[in-house]
Write a new protein. Structure first.
Ligand SMILES: Cc1cc2nc3c(=O)[nH]c(=O)nc-3n(C[C@H](O)[C@H](O)[C@H](O)COP(=O)(O)O)c2cc1C
Length: 144
């Protein structure tokens, strides 16, 4: 059965681009053979990740992630059966807030809200989380 899992977690510092790169390298290695695709977003010391694929493989990956000390306080946002994928373009597309264009950041903070420092808040409801991930996955995210 094909399913989609979305969760949020808190980054355990220190965390930099190299750490994101090594997560994405592991994803490139491991996700395609498991039929898993998705998007991993980081903003304001949080991760928001969506993964789609066969439910056993998604369960297995989520168990692996729960043991990864690079993040903590994992909170499941959605785990649901799906008819078809929404996020099928990437083994795991990594999106860092600092890599997004100003235009996209303004668009997203208007749509999804920001904290007191003006940083994008990551939604914790399934619909808004899916919508945000879909927006960033389907936009040219790299600023000039
Ligand atoms: C936020 C976060 C997201 C991750 N996403 C994935 C993923 O989609 N696929 C994956 O294989 N590993 C992912 N990892 C890394 C795994 O926890 C684990 O380190 C990795 O799968 C080990 O791969 P290896 O056995 O090939 O070395 C992620 C780690 C973090 C902290």
């Amino acid at each position: 059965m094909l399913c989609r899992l979305i969760y949020r977690s808190t980054v355990v510092p220190p965390f930099d681009f190299d750490d994101l790169r090594s997560i994405l390298a592991a994803s490139e290695r491991n996700n395609p053979p498991q039929g898993i695709t998705g998007v991993l977003m980081t903003a304001s010391m949080q991760f928001l990740q969506v993964m789609e694929g066969p439910s056993d493989n998604i369960n297995e990956l989520y168990r692996t992630l729960q043991r990864d000390t690079g993040h903590e306080h994992l909170r499941l946002v959605e785990f649901t059966a799906i008819q078809q994928r929404l996020f099928d373009g990437w083994a795991m597309r990594g999106v860092h807030r600092r890599l997004m264009s100003d235009e996209l950041t303004t668009f997203l903070t208007k749509k999804y809200g920001s904290d007191e420092s003006g940083h994008l808040t990551l939604p914790s409801t399934a619909f808004l989380a899916t919508s945000l991930l879909f927006d960033v996955a389907n936009t040219d995210i790299i600023g000039t």
